[in-house]
Design a protein around this ligand. Sequence first.
Ligand SMILES: [Zn+2]
Length: 124
Amino acid sequence: MHRNIQGELSRFSFDLYDLLEEAKSIVPGVISSAVSIWILGHASLLAFIEIGDVEKKIVLHPLLNHPDTPLEVIRFILIHELIHIVIPSVEIEGRQLDHPDSFWALEKQLVPERALYWAWMYIH
Ligand SMILES: [Zn+2]
């Protein structure tokens, strides 16, 4: 059973929770995490994840919520956000680093073609 998307209605051409399951199977160690997806416009980021003890929330920006948005881009974004669960931010000299080197290394390993998706997001 798929939970409803919170916030805006999904306008994607695919099922977000099917895609989330696929992304979870790609990122080691997140399969049992309870993750919900929200489409909310209050952030300046295209996407981010809130990591609570019980539930994790992935928040997508309404700019992404369009039938023409490629499935591959959203799958990449979901994988990126799920990696945040297994590689938490680190504090270096009092500054919080959300994407330590090990984060980018794992992302590159799991999604070797990721530069394509960053390019798509930059252009659109
Ligand atoms: Zn990130």
